[in-house]
Design a protein around this ligand. Structure first.
Ligand SMILES: Cc1ncc(COP(=O)(O)O)c(C=O)c1O
Length: 602
């Protein structure tokens, strides 16, 4: 039974006391209801990032004027003037522990019974299962009960469904968002997915493709841009908002509807599922909306509860400040951490912060999948890894609830893949092999690779295709006059580029180079190579040279030693195995003959 009612079901005591949501409520009009979202379909410009690094999580921006137009900043960047609202302005929220609900300026929604046939997919948001962990607490020797709130059971597959629905409903109710308007969404995926679910479409796999399939236009932004730079996802969203008429940024960083969604639904569900008895809550923080909303409600109802916030090393959300000291500037877990403090994150309700790292996060996500059967994402592992450490202080009969924000769907080619884990250094090939094949630890030197054909970047495509065909090669490295590697070319890529009209046969091969290929060294073992060749057709064998200049300075240069394919590896293994079994046969034939001659003699 979804606990998030549609706009029509909601109970809306309207007041204009809270400056946080003043404009929404002062302008409140008759709710447009689900149909308005579903049929009117706010056009979505869901933006997806290739790889956001610190910004690799879901983001929204803001319904125009939600916090008041006064917050608009004009910044001159180069020759352009930029209009935007910072996502880290101090909060003006009026919530205080002990404050009566009558004093709340917000709309609070009451839980309603879901019909057997859901009117639309929005009714599958909320009411997510709370699941008892069995093997994990045992493995870590915990005395307390460990419970996982599985947010990936929401219709769009993540905890963000809740706030997306709530922000749209509140904005519609306030008359800000109207059918046909454009929502601009700076995100790496989860929140964007939800916008499209609100258009009653399907939920699919890889993030950008999911958004595109659901009808969103995608605008990519650079991954490493600082949050306050015009190139960041927030910066680009604001530029688009200023250009597109009737467009809105709902701003999950500042929108009161973000923590409110969790205050009204997630926390209420936890209390109901636990009969009001919770001793610890552990959750990661991105915008901080989830942990803030849940913590506020739980603190009101379970005064002795301990709230643990989880923040990855490299992010700055944790307190005290010293916890954030690190050399790390990057982490792989997605959805948590920032390099600014979002307005909606109320750090006063967090009793303790835990700084997490990638290794323990992914190891725990894999454990959650393997041992508990929960198909969750990486940040679920982060929260659970923190929970098993922090809940050692709980006694038998006490209860710790952990928020698992999203599912494995967005990470199929990431931490689920052994290769990815090895590439990132979270696993070694040795961790993966239960019993290693005889060739696993031999180095690439054993393969006796022949000298590669290399091509200069100026050679034309037609000539290169001819050479490769004559020499029966499918690919070749492209190097400059000094032997430096510029990239790889493959027959397949050249042919398809010519056939698609992207290049002419007379163009130089520099136009069809590609740079995403795996490299190995002669000292790497065949086990590592075999892992690479599970997904790649070849690997470039490189070796480093130290080159000295006339002035005595030196630099490290990478030179091509060869190209290795699965055929090279297979040939090597099968030839040795054939020779080995031929030798065994001869030996056993020999011993048979000598046995026979012995018997003959007897
Ligand atoms: C993937 C993912 N999405 C969303 C969230 C919740 O973040 P927020 O703090 O923005 O509510 C988290 C937090 O762990 C997360 O991991």
């Amino acid at each position: 039974m979804p606990s998030v009612p549609s706009s029509i079901d909601s109970v809306h005591p309207v007041s204009s006391v809270c400056p946080h949501a003043a404009m929404l409520h002062n302008n409140a009009t008759k709710a447009n209801g689900d149909a308005a979202i579903l049929n009117g379909g706010s056009k979505v410009n869901g933006e997806a990032m290739e790889n956001l690094g610190l910004f690799n999580m879901n983001g929204l921006a803001q319904v125009n004027g939600e916090e008041g137009e006064n917050d608009l900043e004009n910044t001159v960047t180069g020759t352009e003037e930029r209009q935007w609202i910072r996502p880290d302005l101090p909060s003006r929220c009026t919530w205080k522990l002990g404050m009566s609900s009558a004093e709340s300026p917000h709309c609070h929604s009451a839980k309603t019974e879901a019909p057997r046939i859901l009117p639309n997919i929005l009714r599958r948001i909320g009411d997510t299962p709370l699941v008892r962990m069995n093997k994990i607490p045992k493995a870590f020797g915990l005395k307390c009960e460990l419970l996982a709130k599985c947010e990936f059971f929401n219709a769009g597959g993540s905890v963000k469904d809740r706030i997306s629905l709530r922000m749209v409903e509140d904005a519609e109710r306030a008359g800000i968002l109207k059918p046909g308007d454009t929502i601009i969404e700076p995100t790496s995926g989860n929140t964007g997915t939800h916008w499209n679910v609100t258009k009653c479409n399907l939920i699919l796999c890889s993030q950008v493709d999911v958004l595109r399939a659901l009808g969103a236009e995608i605008v990519r932004t650079p991954t490493a841009a600082r949050f306050d730079s015009p190139e960041s996802h927030v910066g680009v969203a604001w530029r688009l908002k200023n250009e597109i008429p009737n467009s809105h940024i709902l701003d999950q960083y500042r929108n009161a509807s973000n923590p409110l969604a969790h205050y009204d639904t997630t926390a209420e569900e936890i209390l109901e599922q636990c009969d009001g008895k919770v001793d610890m809550l552990v959750a990661g923080a991105g915008t901080g909306g989830t942990i803030t909303g849940i913590a506020r409600k739980l603190k009101e109802r379970c005064p002795n509860i301990k709230i643990v916030g989880v923040d990855p090393e490299g992010s700055i959300l944790a307190e005290p400040e010293e916890l954030n000291m690190t050399d790390k500037t990057q982490y792989e877990v997605e959805g948590i951490g920032y390099d600014f403090i979002p307005t909606v994150l109320d750090r006063s309700v967090i009793d303790k912060w835990y700084k997490s790292n990638d290794e323990e996060s992914f190891a725990m996500s894999r454990m959650l999948i393997r041992e508990e059967g929960l198909l969750c994402g990486g940040s679920s592992g982060t929260a659970m890894a923190a929970a098993v450490k922090m809940s050692t202080e709980l006694k038998e009969g006490q209860r710790c609830v952990v928020i698992l924000p999203d599912s494995i769907r967005n990470y199929m080619s990431k931490f689920l893949s052994d290769n990815w884990m090895c590439d990132k250094g979270f696993l070694t090939p040795n961790d993966l092999m239960v019993s290693k094949s005889w060739w696993w630890n031999l180095t690439l030197q054993s393969l006796n690779l022949c000298a590669p054909i290399t091509v200069l970047p100026s050679v034309n495509i037609k000539k290169t295709i001819k050479i490769l065909k004559e020499k029966a090669f499918d690919q070749a490295p492209v190097v400059d006059e000094s032997g430096m590697i510029l990239g790889m070319l493959t027959l397949g890529n050249m042919l398809s580029s010519v056939l698609a009209g992207k290049v002419k046969a007379s163009d130089p091969v520099s136009k069809v180079l590609y740079k995403q290929f795996k490299q190995v060294r002669l000292t790497d073992n065949l086990g590592k190579l075999s892992r690479i060749l599970e997904t790649d057709h070849f690997a470039l064998v490189v070796h480093d040279q130290i080159q000295f200049m006339a002035d005595g300075s030196s630099c490290l240069r990478q030179m091509v030693f060869g190209v290795v394919t699965s055929i090279d590896l297979l040939n090597y293994i099968t030839t040795r195995e054939r020779r080995g079994s031929a030798r065994e046969r001869t030996m056993s034939e020999c011993s048979m003959t000598s046995e026979c001659s012995l018997t003959d003699e007897l």
